[in-house]
Structures are given as C-alpha cells and as structure tokens.
Design a protein around this ligand. Structure first.
Ligand code: MN
Length: 144
C-alpha cells in the first residue's frame, strides 16, 4: 500500500523510523533512516528497519563474501523497488521477502510516490564487504 503522507505511514511503520542514516547518506539519493531492532552494540545480531522517504533509493551495490553472505530484505511498510542488474525491477509490498545472493549487483528503495520500510539482514559470510557503485539515475528511476 502506498503512503505519500508521513503521518499515515508512521502508523503502518511498525518497526519504527529511527534516526537519519547519516553514515550511509553518501550512498543514497534522498533521505533514509535507520532503526536498530537489536542491541547490536552489545553483541546481539544486527537487525535494522530501514525507512526510505518517497523517491529515496540506494546506489547500485554488491554484498561480497567468499562464502555465504548476501542480504535479506523483509518488507514492512509502504511500497518500494528491488532490482538486480540485467533484470526487470521488482515491485515490493508489505510482507515481501527478497533474498539477495552475495556478488549480485542491485539496488533497493522507495517508490517515487510512497514511503517504504524494510528490515535488512546482512547474512553472515566469510570476508564479507559491501561495494558501493553508481547511483540509480533520476532519468531511469522516474520512468519506473
Ligand atoms: Mn543491498
């Protein structure tokens, strides 16, 4: 379901908006927010609800690992997009789950006319790292 109005979206965003995602802002177009769901600073498994304002998306990127790794997205509120390089974009709604294998170039974010949240799970892997690449251009994104 699309939410253009933030007050309406807030009621649907059960896992919370959290704080501006300042550490990764350089890899996003538009504003995103991070809400930690676990006490990761004291060793609990890191789990975050990521909220994107309408039009916000991250750059193309790759979750690298020598073994296992990758990322799982659990869509929690609003509507968004997920796209792997060379494939059509996938429309995301509340309740959708996206399994992103390590090594696959992709991006994810909100639709241009809706707030969107997903829980992000970085699947543990050997020698895991993230590689941030070029932005998803306005020309491409706005035509979705
Ligand atoms: Mn990702």
């Amino acid at each position: 379901m699309k939410y253009q109005n933030e007050n309406e979206f807030r009621k649907a965003n059960l896992f919370g908006k959290g704080e501006p995602n300042v550490n990764f802002a350089q890899f996003f177009i538009g504003e995103s927010f991070l809400n930690p769901l676990t006490d990761f600073q004291n060793g609990e498994f890191p789990l975050f609800n990521v909220t994107f304002e309408p039009g916000c998306r991250n750059n193309w990127h790759i979750h690298h690992a020598d073994k296992d790794g990758g990322q799982i997205l659990i869509c929690t509120a609003g509507e968004g997009w997920y796209q792997e390089e060379g494939k059509e974009p996938r429309s995301l709604n509340e309740g959708d789950v996206v399994v992103i294998p390590q090594g696959v170039k992709h991006w994810h974010g909100a639709k241009k006319d809706s707030w969107f949240s997903h829980i992000s799970i970085e699947v543990p892997g050997e020698n895991s790292s993230n590689e941030w690449l070029e932005p998803v251009t306005d020309e491409y994104y706005n035509a979705l």
